[in-house]
Design a protein around this ligand. Structure first.
Ligand code: CS2
Length: 494
């Protein structure tokens, strides 16, 4: 039977165990525009901000935007933009309803309205979760891809941009023209030095529009880097139904997350910032060591488990971890190749962090699909694996597991799994990658060389390593002969 919808009239029907926004939402003013209101933003930055609004920081409400689809707006608008975050672990579940999102724009429906919202003088921060590919950059070099169709489109259509960069640059142009101050741009995507990357592509784009604007932007914006961390799988119908049973109300915009959450932010803001540290975030001078640890250990291991696990037939990361040989593989990767390629900041307990990661990956209450993590590999692999690989190659360190990981990725993008089934590969470069696999299907040495020469991902240096070539082609041959499951069991089952 369908139940009542969560909204401002039904909030008081929720069970007492659920935390609700018990402040006056009408007094909240928007100080943040957020681009990319996916599940991650709702369970992370919005969740931190909510805790401040409860304490009275009424100037930091969030106006959000979807850059592509109306789905999230269609879920949130009938609920007065209220939604719940369900924290789930093997130990149980805790639910909080979030009230800090005030409105959601759907950019393609009315780009002008979003531009106008970003031009409001009260907006001091524009934050982003647009995924790696949203930066329209070349993943190996980190520079703007001027040939990117969205960038080409946006340079020709300043009134109706598509990309986040287009919206930001044209909103800043309007602010400059109106004599308004700029804003802080807060990248919350999983990229190393995400603030610097954003700044670089932004200037490159602005230079194309108008060099004076580019100079104005240099002075009138800040782009702090951030390290963001919380595992937030895509919400499923099963999640929504389970929550409906618990809440007694239907919440179509609910998100499910692990209890763990971390946010490390470079303290470099233009016109003030929310005290997110009061909600558990950390402000630091230099985010880089935290980013490298997170990207190389957590995300590096996640991608390793996602490709190998998917090929071996596992649906979720927790399923992969339940297979002892794969759990041993993860442990070994964290302790050796990834773990020795990072330096822990003072007071950071790397061993404890590794243990915690293994537990987080084993959270059976989350159904984090290997397929979801395997998406967009061409955009993720450089920062997750290749920095580590370069470090190990330069220091004569081990590269066996990273070579195995790369071999699994190559098998994955060939779009056929170990059982001969088609894989639905979701990656902006999927067609190019599959073409490489098809062209060199019969010769693993040629296949290896062709991939290492794929410079958008591998740059120009890695193709020169004979050591890497030999380790990678060795794994491709073994995977082809035996399949992933047998290879992992043979190597790691003790
Ligand atoms: C995952 C990340 O989908 C992926 O690629 O590795 O989204 C991961 O869950 C988060 O970075 C955790 O903070």
């Amino acid at each position: 039977m369908s139940k009542k919808l969560l909204n401002r009239h039904t909030l008081n029907l929720l069970p007492d165990s659920v935390t609700i926004p018990d402040y006056d939402r009408n007094t909240i003013r928007a100080g943040i525009v957020h681009l990319g209101i996916g599940a991650f933003h709702r369970a992370h930055q919005a969740w931190y901000t909510e805790q401040l609004l409860v304490e009275g920081a009424s100037e930091w409400g969030i106006i959000a935007a979807s850059l592509r689809s109306p789905a999230v707006r269609d879920q949130l608008a009938p609920q007065d933009y209220l939604y719940s975050v369900a924290e789930k672990s093997n130990a149980g579940e805790k639910v909080r309803v979030i009230g800090c999102v005030q409105h959601v724009y759907v950019a393609p429906e009315n780009p002008g309205a979003l531009l106008e919202a970003m031009t409001d003088g009260e907006i001091r921060i524009v934050s982003l979760t647009i995924t790696e590919k949203g930066y329209c950059h070349d993943p190996a070099s980190g520079t703007l891809n001027l040939q990117h169709p969205d960038i080409q489109h946006d340079l020709a259509n300043p009134q109706s941009p598509k990309s986040a960069l287009g919206f930001i640059v044209y909103a800043l142009q309007a602010r400059m023209d109106k004599g308004l101050p700029g804003f802080t741009l807060l990248s919350c995507d999983n990229l190393p030095a995400n603030g610097k990357l954003l700044q670089r592509v932004l200037f490159e784009f602005a230079e194309q529009v108008d060099p004076d604007l580019a100079s104005w932007i240099k002075v009138n914006t800040r782009c702090p880097s951030t390290m963001i961390d919380r595992i937030v799988p895509a919400t499923t119908d099963t999640d929504r139904e389970a929550l409906e049973n618990m809440l007694g109300l239907r919440d179509n915009a609910a998100v499910v997350a692990e209890p763990f959450s971390q946010w490390v932010i470079e303290d470099n803001f233009l016109r003030g910032r929310p005290d997110w540290d009061r909600a558990g975030a950390t402000f630091v001078e230099d985010v880089e060591p935290y980013e490298l640890i997170k990207l190389r250990l957590l995300n590096g291991c996640h991608s390793l488990l996602a490709y190998s696990g998917y090929l071996a037939g596992f649906e979720t990361i927790a399923d992969v971890m339940a297979e002892p040989a794969f759990a041993a593989l993860a442990q070994h990767f964290l302790a050796t190749e990834a773990g020795t390629a990072v330096e822990a900041p003072r007071g950071f307990d790397l061993e404890k962090y590794r243990q915690q990661l293994l537990e987080r990956f084993s959270n059976r209450a989350l159904r984090h699909r290997t397929w979801q993590i395997a998406m967009d590999g061409s955009q993720k692999i450089p920062q997750r694996w290749l920095g580590t690989l370069r470090h190990q190659l330069a220091n004569g360190g081990p590269i066996d597991l990273l070579s195995f990981a790369l071999a699994c990725w190559i098998r994955y993008v060939s779009a056929v799994d170990d059982a001969g089934n088609t894989i639905e590969v979701s990656d902006p470069l999927a067609a190019d990658l599959k073409a490489l696999c098809d062209r060199h299907a019969d010769d693993t040495s040629e296949l290896t060389a062709a991939f290492l020469q794929f410079s958008a991902v591998f740059g120009a240096d890695l193709r020169q390593s004979e050591r890497l070539h030999s380790a990678l082609s060795g794994w491709l041959t073994r995977l082809k002969q035996h399949g992933v499951l047998t290879c992992v069991r043979t190597q790691f089952e003790k």
